[in-house]
Structure formats: C-alpha cells, structure tokens
Ligand binder design. Structure first.
Ligand code: 13P
Length: 342
C-alpha cells in the first residue's frame, strides 16, 4: 500500500470549496427517485440522467471534488461512446464506486440490519481500480427505535464489516469512504441521535484501529446530530451545528483527512445551512464538506423529468445546489444566495 498516494486522494476528495456527488443509487433506489418524476427507470434513462450531471461542466469542475458511482454506471458509456467515468476525470473530479451490496436482517436482532458485500470484494476492487476508481464507499445503516434499538450487537457487526471493507480497500490502493449512517427516521430527539452516533463512531474507530486501517488514507461520511424526522421538537440550525461538531471532535481522530456528510433525508436547504453553520464555527481539526445524494439531486431530477429539452434546466439546478454547498463547505453561504436559484 502506498499511504502517501492514498492520503493525496483523500485530501483531494475533501478540498475546501468542493464536495462529493453521491450518484451511486442502486437500481432499486434510482427507480424510486424516477417514479417520483414519472420517468421509467431503464439502463438508457439512468445513463441519460447521469450523463446530464457529469456534463454539467461548471458544477463538475468548480464545485465537485469526487463522484460516487454505482456498478452499472462505472461500465456505461455516454451517448457519444465516451465512458461516463472519463467525463468525471476530464472535469478534474475523482471517480469512486459503491461496493457494499445492501443490507440483510440480523437474525438475532429483530428489526436491525447488517451491510453485506465482503465476499470476493478484493477481486471486485481490483477490477474497479483498473477501470479508474480511486475510492470506494460502504454504507452501514443504524436505526434508532425505542430503548433497545440499536443493540450493541448491530453496532458491533456493522463497525466490524466497515473496518474489514476499509482494510481491503487500502490493500487495493483505494481510499475507503467509511459511512456509518444513523438514520433520522424516528421520533427521537437530537440528544438521542448524539448518543447513538457517539457509540457508533467510537466502535467504528475501535474496529478501524484493530484491523490496522490507516486513518490518513480514508474519508469519514457520517450523519449529523439531528432530531428524528417525527420528533415534535426540531433542533435549530445552530444546535445541529454545535452538537455535530462537538460529537465529531470527541470521536474522530485528527489524523482523518476529512469528513464529508451524507444528507440522509434533510431538505436541500437544511443540508446546506447545517454544513455552513458548522464551518462558521471554525477551529476544526479536519475539512468538513458534503457527500450528498438527495440534497444535490432532488432539484435537478425535478427540473429534468426525463425530457431531453430539459437538460439545460437540470444542469442549472444541479450547478446551483453544488454551488450553494460548495460555499457552505467554506462557511460562506447565506440565505439570500438561495434566491438566485435556476
Ligand atoms: P443522501 O445524501 O441522500 O443521504 O445520500 C448519501 C449517500 O451516499 C448515502 O449512502
């Protein structure tokens, strides 16, 4: 393993003023997104949609540091025959690949999940590296429900799998994005989210150390500390920022090159405002940026709606969201800037 090369890629992924586009929706997830805009999900529509994003020259070259792809996309060509991965490289962004294979129920822990995909992962990583991927992503999902979920078992097995994946990535000269996502679906308050995320991050870093993962050669992709969606008392932007930064400072070693948040179901503007407020706090040991899926793509999906004539509108919407989040990654975003939307 060449650690200084891994570190260079990781730092490029968290360049201040840029962030990561998570365009790695599985076929099932992208179908749900397309259903919402009444577009059939076919190999061709998925290709056309992602080609629209990757050909958004301004967004891709100025605001996007890296793109996470799904297996289908990394092998696909644009309409003119150019591999989609080349469009990303030409824009100066780093291409990466989602390598987990989704979740399965944990038999001894009803209602809880473990992420799978370690079998044959070393071989898959080798093929992805040859195709041009320089980083990978694995998402663990931790639910909060009542007093007993998450169990210590679910936290442990997911952290263990994340570290197994991360070690395999580094051995294949690929930077692992380590993504332990604590879901915001419940009615819990922000303090419960804080406590659970703290347990999860502590366990993840314990496993990463045990399995000898080099922290300088990874990127962390966590959730923020937020109130559950159904919680009657929603925390303010300032409280989310203050608690998330406090939590990360307590759990994440400064050796980690950077942190790129998931949006996890926050609205577009919330995701931007939270990131901005955190960066305004200053005195952070790592760059804090975005690795958003929904919060970057909901607007372009709607503007595009599957029609070729809407491609420029879709690209404008994507560029706007990428720009707003890029400003937030430097703490330079303000509500008034939102009004200049496409
Ligand atoms: P969201 O920003 O929509 O949560 O997606 C990010 C991601 O990559 C989840 O794995």
């Amino acid at each position: 393993m060449n650690l200084s090369e891994l570190n260079k890629v990781a730092l490029a992924m968290v360049t201040p003023g840029k962030g990561i586009l998570a365009a790695d929706e599985s076929s099932g997830t992208i179908k749900k997104r397309f259903d919402a805009i009444k577009v059939d999900s076919t190999e061709e529509t998925r290709r056309d949609y992602r080609e629209m994003l990757f050909r958004s020259t301004e967004a891709m070259s100025k605001y996007i540091s890296a793109v996470i792809l799904y297996d289908e996309t990394i092998w696909q060509n644009a309409k003119d025959g150019t591999p989609l991965i080349k469009l990303i490289e030409q824009a100066g962004a780093v291409p990466g690949i989602k390598v987990d294979e989704g979740t399965q129920g944990l038999p001894a822990c009803p209602g809880e999940l473990v992420t799978v995909g370690l079998d044959k992962l070393a071989e898959r990583l080798k093929k992805y590296y040859e195709r041009g991927a320089r980083f990978a992503k694995w998402r663990a999902v931790i639910d909060i429900a009542g007093r007993d979920i998450p169990s210590a078992t679910a936290i442990h097995v997911n952290a263990h799998a994340l570290a197994r994946y991360a070690a395999l990535c580094q051995a294949a000269q690929i930077v692992p994005i380590v993504e332990p996502e604590v879901l915001m679906d419940g009615d819990h308050d922000i303090n419960r989210c804080y406590d659970v995320t703290e347990r999860v991050l502590n366990e993840v870093f314990r496993e990463l150390r045990l399995q000898r993962v080099e922290l300088e050669g990874m990127v962390l992709k966590p959730n923020m500390a937020v109130s559950g969606k159904k919680c009657p008392k929603q925390a303010s932007v300032e409280e989310v920022a203050e608690k998330t930064v406090r939590l990360l400072k307590a759990c994440v070693p400064a050796a980690v090159p950077g942190i790129a948040f998931l949006s996890g179901g926050q609205s577009d503007e919330e995701a931007t405002a939270h990131l901005n407020a955190m960066n305004r706090l200053g005195h952070l040991p790592w760059p804090l940026t975005f690795s958003y899926g929904r919060a970057l793509q909901a607007a372009p999906q709607k503007a595009w709606s599957g029609r070729p004539e809407n491609v420029p509108a879709g690209q404008r919407a994507f560029t706007h969201r990428a720009h707003m989040n890029a400003l937030a990654s430097k703490g330079e975003w303000a509500t008034e800037l939102e009004k200049k939307a496409a």
